[in-house]
Design a protein around this ligand. Structure first.
Ligand code: TYD
Length: 208
């Protein structure tokens, strides 16, 4: 059985990943691809429990290193229990955030540096996305989108400055690795989706 395709979606809060992933999943299924959608932190029962620990607004005492290790732990379980088996079954896996979120948020945003990459490489073994969409949007617009939707978990309440740093980090990481496909995430849902489909089709054609 040919290995499936692993696609992750990254970007600052409010960049519209979740909507775009749902649309791409529908598009893939319509084309007959066996497609699974997942998200991080989360994706398996254990990982979802870790997610609630991390995002709980009451956990104000959480040390940044604890947070980074919890994200990595959640990811390890997600890879072992869901992503790897799905790829072995030849499925398309669309994942809302993956390792690059940890590098951007914990590595750069929280200033934990390269240790974040190291714990995550341990967590994922060598399971990495084939391509990663980076939905690029100005941190302020993303922040405003979320505020409008009334979404504010512990991390979304962080200062705008933190989100700016994270946005810059994503831009830097994306520019340094051919795995990334940067997509302008400003404009209407349909406009952004059109850009994503073009890139997806090019990748599938290249893959053969
Ligand atoms: P997510 O559910 O994707 O929120 P949104 O849909 O608003 O993007 O992610 C929740 C938060 O977790 C988000 O603020 C980003 C953060 N996060 C990290 O800091 N590190 C990570 O490794 C991951 C996966 C997420």
């Amino acid at each position: 059985m040919r290995r499936g395709v692993f696609i992750s979606f990254e970007g600052p809060d409010g960049c519209g990943k979740t909507t775009q992933i749902a649309k791409l999943a529908r598009y893939c299924r319509d084309k007959g691809y066996d497609t699974v959608v997942s998200r991080e932190p989360g994706g398996t029962p254990i990982s979802e429990k870790i997610r609630s620990l991390i995002l709980d607004p009451e956990n104000t005492e959480m040390d940044p290193r604890t947070e980074a290790l919890l994200y990595a732990a959640s990811r390890a379980q997600h890879v072992a229990q869901l992503i790897e088996p799905a790829l072995e079954q030849g499925r398309i896996v669309l994942c809302d955030r993956f390792i690059d979120s940890s590098i951007a948020y914990q590595g750069f945003g929280r200033g934990l540096g390269d240790g974040v990459r190291i714990i995550n490489e341990f967590a994922v073994k060598s399971v990495m996305p084939d391509i990663t969409f980076f939905l690029d949007i100005d941190a302020r617009i993303g922040h405003e989108r979320n505020a409008r939707e009334g979404k504010a978990d512990r991390l979304e309440l962080e200062a705008l400055d933190f989100h700016r740093r994270v946005g810059e980090a994503f831009r830097e990481i994306a520019a340094s690795d051919a795995r990334f496909r940067r997509v302008d995430a400003s404009g209407s849902i349909e406009e952004v989706f059109g850009r994503i489909v073009t890139v997806f089709e090019a990748f599938m054609a290249e893959r053969g």
